[in-house]
Design a protein around this ligand. Structure first.
Ligand SMILES: NC(=O)C1=CN([C@@H]2O[C@H](COP(=O)(O)OP(=O)(O)OC[C@H]3O[C@@H](n4cnc5c(N)ncnc54)[C@H](O)[C@@H]3O)[C@@H](O)[C@H]2O)C=CC1
Ligand SMILES: Nc1nc(O)c(N)c(N[C@@H]2O[C@H](COP(=O)(O)O)[C@@H](O)[C@H]2O)n1
Length: 231
């Protein structure tokens, strides 16, 4: 068993999620940031890849005091469990995700992570070891489900999102398309990695909602369920 997994990402009108220097850019407007805060507060856990932690240093906390209070009133931690997928244990111990806000943190590492890095991370987070070279995502999701995570939000980046799609582990995709063009063939996109080659491999989506938000567009897609071989 695994949690319901939904991806939320903001991209430019030309399909980029940051610049080619991987510098975080503001793509969402204020309405979308409020929406993101809401869906974060509704989630049991929020997950990013180490590339995002190193590039953006996000805290992934719930920003609205009202939403944090609602979570507390419901007997939950103020913030969802914050998870980093980090094969080699490269999360800096002073990263905002480990330091800012209350609540649980999990760093998921592979068996390739140096023991010294894992020991340092254990001072700030629970560490889950899954996979030999990279993090074994199906095993991680199963473990999260066992720990009570039912609704998992994935905030990026493109490599992690691609791997989840490749392994058939995404249930819903929410994309905010902002009114900017970033350009650059090397600028990251919502699903990077190697990409599918054959049409029968493509993840197929059904539209749930498309609404105007800020000066952009919010699209919600359901991912069609089918057996897809992991490569
Ligand atoms: N516009 C937006 O909404 C967002 C944009 N971003 C942008 O995305 C970029 C970062 O994305 P990426 O470099 O692709 O990094 P990423 O955040 O997807 O992390 C990927 C890294 O995680 C590690 N990893 C370990 N096991 C893995 C597994 N099983 N599957 C995948 N990765 C695994 C690897 O070191 C891999 O390189 C930054 O430029 C950031 O600004 C990130 C989040 C949201
Ligand atoms: N929804 C959204 N819109 C944008 O325009 C963005 N640049 C991002 N980036 C994501 O938000 C994280 C920042 O989190 P904190 O504010 O530090 O909690 C960043 O790491 C990206 O995952 N998102």
């Amino acid at each position: 068993m695994r949690p319901f997994v939904f991806v939320n990402i903001a991209m430019s009108a030309d399909g980029k999620i940051s610049t080619r220097e991987r510098r975080q850019v503001r793509i969402s407007g204020s309405e979308d940031y409020l929406r993101v805060d809401r869906i974060k507060a509704e989630s049991d856990a929020i997950m990013v890849g180490i590339g995002t932690v190193l590039a953006d240093n996000p805290s992934l906390t719930v920003k609205s005091p009202e939403l944090r209070e609602q979570r507390r009133a419901a007997g939950r931690d103020e913030n969802p469990i914050r998870i980093v997928v980090d094969g080699r244990g490269r999360t800096p111990p002073d990263a905002d995700i480990l330091q800012k806000g209350s609540g649980k943190r999990i760093v998921a590492v592979s068996r390739k992570a140096p023991e010294s890095a894992v020991d340092a991370l254990r001072q700030h987070a629970a560490v889950i070891v899954a996979g030999d070279e990279t993090v074994d995502l199906p095993a991680l999701l199963e473990e999260l489900h066992q720990q009570g995570v039912r609704r998992l939000m994935v905030e990026g980046g493109g490599t992690l999102i691609w791997t989840l799609f490749r392994q058939g582990l995404v249930d819903e995709l929410q994309v905010f398309v902002g009114n900017i063009v970033i350009g650059g063939k090397d600028a990251p996109t919502p699903a990077d990695g190697t990409g599918f080659l054959r049409e029968e491999e493509f993840a197929r989506l059904r539209i749930i909602e498309a609404v105007r938000l800020d000066d952009g567009l919010l699209m919600r897609w359901e991912v069609e369920r089918r057996e897809r071989p992991a490569r």
